[in-house]
Design a protein around this ligand. Structure first.
Ligand SMILES: CC[C@H](C)[C@H](NC(=O)C[C@H](O)[C@H](CC1CCCCC1)NC(=O)CCNC(=O)[C@H](Cc1ccccc1)NC(=O)N1CCC(N)CC1)C(=O)NCc1cnc(C)nc1N
Length: 330
């Protein structure tokens, strides 16, 4: 089997991407954030207090003839940005882009934190990290990819995220029309459960490539690119008027500044992030100060290759044994 579905930016600065999925019989359509940085599939539901719902679509298990309560199972998750949710669990038919998994664990929210309530275009998440990160107890559940894997033509899913445009997630095949040139693979460390791998180095603008192993996670659920402070300061040193603002919690600069590109290495291959991706957003709609798409990872304890980096390539998440991740130009 294979599947192919759209990755739609939820706002004008690509803060996140959502994908239409269907749950249950008859199918209920929700827009979910496919997140390689976590491994819970959870949705706004009929069990979510109405005071915490603001425009999101919900899954109602009682309206599905194929739903089954997973008795006595609960979940609770907290994300890097401090947001959180928790609830109970059903199994039901779940489809992404024509690829169906029967009796997928669908985690129904009984509580979501305010940032989820405020994000009305996001009805939940599909975790595509390794199933070891799943928070359902007493028995942890498998991700959509792990459930689909035995039926996939190839044990892969791919991410083709785009700058200010709709891209695609494909399951079970590598679409040669979506990338040009070869796919460069590098090993993935599956513990503790992220898609953890190394960059082979970086360069700023037309500067010389600095070879160094930079370990981090490729995370479709993280908006920006977070790298070690030394690299980030070297980048913003090239930007007139840039400063690391305590107030805004990161590097800001005059929106009219000319930004250099940023290049990262995967083994011997090089991928260049256009300056426009790093000129992330105005700090407020009328401001002439802008916030950078490249920020320091020093507070996070981990480097995160988020959407700002991933949308500069065609990315293959390979669930083979051993797992690996591939990047290709597009
Ligand atoms: C089983 C837990 C699971 C693995 C969990 N995984 C993650 O946190 C990574 C995961 O990819 C999550 C998935 C997000 C969660 C919020 C909703 C959208 C998806 N990524 C992050 O938390 C990265 C930081 N957040 C972000 O990058 C969010 C994403 C977002 C998008 C749209 C709307 C709301 C939020 N972006 C922003 O807040 N932005 C606003 C500010 C702007 N400058 C950038 C964009 C984890 O590591 N949790 C451990 C953890 C707990 N507590 C903390 C404090 N840190 C932690 N890392």
């Amino acid at each position: 089997d294979t599947g192919s579905a759209a990755a739609i930016p939820i706002n004008e600065v690509d803060i996140a991407y959502v994908t239409p999925v269907t749950v249950g019989t008859p199918p209920q359509t929700l827009m979910l954030d496919l997140d390689t940085g976590s491994s819970d599939l959870w949705v706004f539901s009929s069990l979510t207090p109405s005071s915490q719902i603001r425009g999101q679509e919900i899954y109602t298990p009682t309206k599905s003839s194929t739903s089954q309560l997973l008795n006595g199972h609960t979940w609770s998750i907290r994300y890097g940005d401090g947001s959180s949710s928790r609830g109970t669990v059903f199994t039901d038919n779940f489809t992404i882009g024509g690829l169906e998994v029967k009796s997928q664990a669908v985690q129904t929210a009984q509580e979501v934190s305010s940032s989820f309530t405020q994000e009305q275009s996001l009805d939940g998440l599909v975790g595509l990290g390794f199933s070891t990160l799943n928070t359902v107890r007493p028995s942890s559940q498998l991700t959509f990819f792990d459930n689909a894997r035995p039926n996939l033509d190839e044990e892969v899913f791919t991410a083709d995220l785009k700058y200010h445009a709709t891209g695609t997630y494909d399951f079970g095949f590598i679409d040669s029309k979506k990338h040009n040139g070869t796919i460069t693979y590098t090993p993935v460390q599956p513990s503790p459960g992220y898609w953890t791998h190394s960059l082979s180095g970086y360069s700023v603008g037309s500067g010389a490539f600095q070879s160094s192993q930079i370990s981090g996670i490729s995370d479709t659920g993280t908006t920006l690119l977070y790298l070690p402070t030394a690299i980030v300061t070297a980048y913003y040193r090239q930007v007139q008027g840039a400063q690391n603002s305590q107030y805004y919690g990161g590097y800001v600069f005059p929106c009219a500044s000319t930004l250099p590109t940023f290049t990262f290495g995967i083994e011997g291959a090089r991928f260049t992030i256009p300056a426009s991706y790093i000129n992330y957003t105005r700090i407020s709609p009328t401001s002439t100060t802008c916030y950078g798409g490249l920020q320091s990872s020093s507070g996070l304890g981990i480097n995160i290759f988020g959407d700002v980096a991933l949308k500069a390539a065609f990315v293959v998440f390979s669930g083979t044994n051993p797992p690996r991740i591939g990047f290709a130009p597009k």
